[in-house]
Design a protein around this ligand. Structure first.
Ligand SMILES: *Cc1c(COP(=O)(O)O)cnc(C)c1O
Length: 351
């Protein structure tokens, strides 16, 4: 592999490796034999660490990735004839290849539009009450992403208002927390404040983008909703037989506080990059920077210049160029990126 390939990119936060705390916990879990399929001390300790962090006696499950967490959690909230309300930017809608519909045997996603990936109580009410007849799926659940796919964060009052609307309409509330840690770091809120205390029933807490190799935790705050979820995981191929290697990294992340440190660092790097980028003529920041992403608008020639300098990034999300800052972002790489962007802007302007 050429050294060029090892340089940090800001295309996605899942380009990064495994953080030391997760790695060391994997290593600590390795010696000896323990019971399989989750009946082991590491899995019990990780579940307890979640209960302590969230200050509640929730049900905790460990799955391999976010698509599984989202799909299986939503499937557990719905019958096949139900509908799930989400934003048009939601990962469940745009990036999961129909998995939520597949695992629920057909629950249809009901999509609301909006500029920042957020749902509002009004949008939820409109979709839930749009049709009352038997020919249209019956809305049964709502999924919101925290932080959103556009790097925005729901505040506690926004969450409370959404949950209140959900209760009034008899809808369960799921949170896709692939970047939940970034939202906690951004808001300075406790995990409890922006989940069950705000009315969230089920959370998918992302470990992968937070610094683990793989794995998301599914937390049921409303415990009865977790009935048979273990069978659902097994059937979907999401029950790890050597479960300790999915759960031990969480022990490392949660007990050391790395989950929050990693997210804070990522958010700070995004904010710093955005401040620099905002000074560059010809480049416009497309979304307020509230988590670990920076979206920017620039002319095609400028973006091509960046690509020619070896930078990877996506432009199909949110109609802008997206840059994501991971737990391990090197500030010097951010500097180099900003300088390259400045030079590309000058070249594109013909200066
Ligand atoms: C990354 C991500 C996921 C999880 O994706 P997987 O590739 O299935 O792990 C889920 N939701 C959001 C918003 C994401 O950004």
């Amino acid at each position: 592999m050429e050294s060029q390939d090892l340089l940090q990119q800001f295309a996605s936060d899942n380009y990064a490796g495994i953080c030391p705390e997760a790695w060391e916990a994997m290593q600590a879990a390795n010696p000896g034999h323990v019971t399989s399929y989750g009946d082991d001390p590491w899995t019990a300790r990780a579940a307890d660490a979640f209960r302590e962090l969230f200050e509640t006696d929730c049900e905790v499950f460990f799955v391999f990735n976010g698509t599984a967490a989202n799909s299986l959690a939503l499937a557990s909230l719905c019958q096949s004839y139900h509908g799930v309300i989400c934003s048009e930017a939601a990962h469940v809608e745009t990036d999961e290849c129909g998995a939520p519909e597949f695992f629920s045997n057909g629950s249809k996603l009901l999509v609301a539009s909006g500029p920042d990936g957020k749902l509002t109580p009004q949008a939820i009410r409109e979709l839930a009450t749009k049709r009352q007849d038997i020919h249209y799926p019956k809305a049964r659940a709502v999924t919101i992403t925290q932080a959103t796919e556009m790097g925005r964060v729901y505040t506690p009052p926004e969450l409370h208002a959404i949950a209140e609307e959900c209760r009034a309409l008899k809808l369960s509330l799921y949170m896709d927390g692939a970047r939940f840690a970034n939202a906690c770091a951004s808001l300075g809120c406790s995990p409890a404040e922006i989940t069950w205390k705000a009315g969230v029933d089920v959370l998918g807490f992302g470990g992968t983008k937070n610094g683990m190799a793989a794995g998301e935790a599914v937390l049921f705050f409303e415990r009865k909703l977790a009935a048979d979820f273990d069978y659902r995981c097994k059937q979907a191929g999401q029950l790890a037989s050597k479960m300790r290697f999915l759960s031990a990294p969480w022990v490392g992340m949660l007990e050391s506080g790395a989950w929050l440190r990693n997210a804070r660092h990522a958010n700070e790097c995004a904010r710093y990059a955005a401040e620099r980028i905002a000074q560059i003529p010809g480049v416009r920041i497309a979304q307020p920077v509230e988590a670990n992403s920076v979206f920017l608008h620039a002319e095609a020639a400028l973006l091509d210049g960046l690509r020619q300098r070896g930078w990877h990034f996506y432009t199909f999300i949110g109609g802008a160029a997206r840059f994501m800052f991971a737990w391990d972002t090197d500030r010097e790489r951010v500097e180099i990126f900003c300088r390259d962007l400045e030079e590309c802007a000058r070249t594109a302007a013909g200066a």
